[in-house]
Design a protein around this ligand. Structure first.
Ligand code: DGL
Length: 259
């Protein structure tokens, strides 16, 4: 089936997931929507996150996508149940990787850096309860991080300051695993490595999401039968340059679109 995989995020962060998907499924066409004009989603109400998620989904379905990847923890934890029950295609979501962190931790202290919208969601609380029994989950809202990434300021002094302030209390509590609960945050890896001691395990869900996408396409007999170089289309309703820089692939088609 040569229809594209549809992917959306509140902005440029979901490209960290797209990269894993493109690596694991090299023959699939993709369409990516960066709703950067409305970023960050993390501070919005559940109703507003749902409204934006519906808008993005309908745009992708209107372009013939066979599956929708909600490459945003905030949108997944607040809207995926609704999307699954209202549309006829499979949906893949992303949630903070509490389970692998709970399996890895020796100190029984796991840090989760995520948006307010994710940390306050019912889905996040249920997952924590289910997988983190006997483990202290140290929640930290990453207020301001998405805005800096959207502005292309990953390596800025302000970013280092914000991150140090967020991480130190968790280090003081003896965490040994840090879960990146927002798809923007894998782009912070170089800064995180500068700040965190070497023994801290940094965990994100990108590869697991790509694996799950492949499995669901296989189960539904939807894998691409195309064997050439696939088409990767990226649309943003804000700055094209920041998106282009993060994707870093010359064959990708990146353009501005008011969706
Ligand atoms: N990439 C989104 C996530 O995974 C960022 C949320 C936001 O826009 O605040 O949660």
């Amino acid at each position: 089936m040569q229809k594209p995989i549809g992917i959306f995020d509140s902005g440029v962060g979901g490209t960290s997931i797209w990269k894993e998907v493109a690596k694991m499924l090299p023959h699939e066409h993709t369409i990516y929507l960066a709703d950067s004009a409305n970023a960050p989603y993390g501070e919005k109400s559940k109703e507003e996150i749902l409204r934006l998620s519906i808008k993005n989904t309908e745009h992708l379905l209107g372009r013939g996508c066979k599956i929708v990847l909600v490459a945003c923890n905030t949108a997944t934890t607040n809207a995926i149940d609704h999307l699954r029950s209202h549309y006829d295609v499979p949906f893949i979501g992303i949630e903070p990787a509490i389970k692998p962190a709970a399996l890895h931790t020796k100190t029984k202290k796991v840090g989760v850096l995520a948006t307010k919208g994710t940390l306050s969601s019912g889905l996040f609380h249920n997952t924590s309860k289910l997988y983190a029994e006997g483990i202290t989950v140290l929640e930290q809202e990453g207020k301001g991080l998405v805005e800096l990434i959207e502005a292309g300021k990953v390596q800025s002094e302000k970013m280092k300051q914000l991150l140090s302030g967020f991480l130190q209390p968790m280090l003081d509590e003896n965490m040994d695993c840090l879960v990146l609960g927002c798809t923007h945050y894998p782009y912070l890896m170089p800064v995180l490595k500068e700040i965190l001691p070497e023994h801290i395990n940094i965990i994100d869900s990108g590869e697991a999401v790509a694996r799950q996408t492949k499995a669901v396409l296989e189960q539904n007999n939807m894998l691409s039968d195309f064997h050439g170089e696939p088409e990767h289309i990226f649309c943003t309703n804000a700055d094209v340059v920041v998106l282009k820089d993060l994707i870093n692939r010359s064959t990708a088609k990146v353009s501005y679109l008011d969706f």
